[in-house]
Design a protein around this ligand. Structure first.
Ligand code: AMP
Length: 278
């Protein structure tokens, strides 16, 4: 079984032993209910570091309401087996009380990058993400942290705080892992009915078409509004479908710098996010 710790004291004991042996530590922060997307991060961590630490913590600070947090999928036993089978060295699963004890009040605000796109629909979400990430990075002090491009804005938010706060860690972005039908692997997918699922695959399909069209020189504005329309026709309610600068996430209207199309859409009670590099 994977070695599993839940307190900071236990975590430090293990990390100290490794540090004394000059091992390098790769860190994969997650909220659990592990799937192939998480596995890609673990594999990349195994390639670049001698030890891999995965954390599982469903962070109350980043949820908009209690219901969203309570229905978040939790499968601790399955996750432990998953980590064992895939050769992870250490599982860190702190409790909410230990992360946010009575009297906890400090929050990390990444600034404007946390207020656009997802930040509009989920106010204070990225303050929750930034706060927990700073805590986890200070607790684990890894050489590398592995983050999925699936949550592209989150990746840029964490890049911002790591730069701004001089946190000594290298961020390694990991490409999106997709299901055979094109949908990014996500633990939100279990909430989709069969009908919703078949409608949802319009998102990666329309994204890919828009990426191809923009690469082929089609008008950017027309491509984006056409894509939005196609998604609405497919039965999705689009929150945004935008070409953005790949680092600042400001809207882009040319391809002089690296760009990405980022998208979010709702179907039933599920919110889908996706993105692709142009
Ligand atoms: P989560 O457990 O959903 O908070 O995700 C933990 C990490 O796994 C984040 O860095 C996510 O971006 C990453 N991740 C989740 N799903 C995928 C996926 N389909 N492909 C790549 N990375 C992913």
């Amino acid at each position: 079984m994977v070695k599993s710790v839940s307190t900071l004291r236990e975590l430090r004991l293990v990390l100290e032993t490794w540090r004394q042996r000059d091992e390098t530590i790769g860190f994969v922060p997650t909220m659990g209910a592990l799937h192939d997307g998480h596995l890609a991060l673990i594999r990349q961590a195994q390639n670049l570091s001698t030890r891999v630490v995965t954390s599982i913590f469903v962070n109350p600070l980043q949820f908009g309401n209690d219901a969203e947090m309570e229905t978040y999928p939790r499968r601790p036993e399955k996750d432990e087996h998953f980590l064992t089978d895939n050769g992870c060295d250490l599982l860190f699963s702190p409790t909410a009380d230990s992360m946010y004890p009575f009297g906890f009040s400090t929050q990390v605000d990444p600034g404007p990058i946390g207020q656009i796109w997802e930040g509009v629909f989920r106010p204070s979400h990225f303050i929750g993400v930034a706060t927990v990430m700073v805590k986890l990075l200070l607790q684990v002090m890894p050489d590398y942290v592995f983050l999925g491009e699936k949550d592209y804005q989150q990746l840029q938010v964490i890049d911002q705080i790591v730069r701004d706060l001089h946190i000594p860690v290298s961020i390694i972005p990991v490409p999106i892992q997709r299901e055979p039908d094109g949908l990014p692997a996500s633990n939100q997918n279990v909430f989709l009915s069969a009908e919703e699922r078949s409608k949802s695959i319009a998102l990666p399909r329309v994204l890919q078409t828009a990426v191809d069209d923009i690469r082929n020189g089609h008008d950017i504005e027309a491509t984006l509004s056409g894509g939005t329309q196609q998604l609405e026709i497919a039965g999705l309610q689009v929150d945004y479908f935008e070409l953005v600068d790949a680092h600042t996430l400001s809207p882009a209207r040319d391809l002089k710098k690296p760009t990405r199309i980022i998208a979010a859409a709702r179907i039933g009670k599920t919110r889908l996010i996706d993105n692709m590099a142009v």
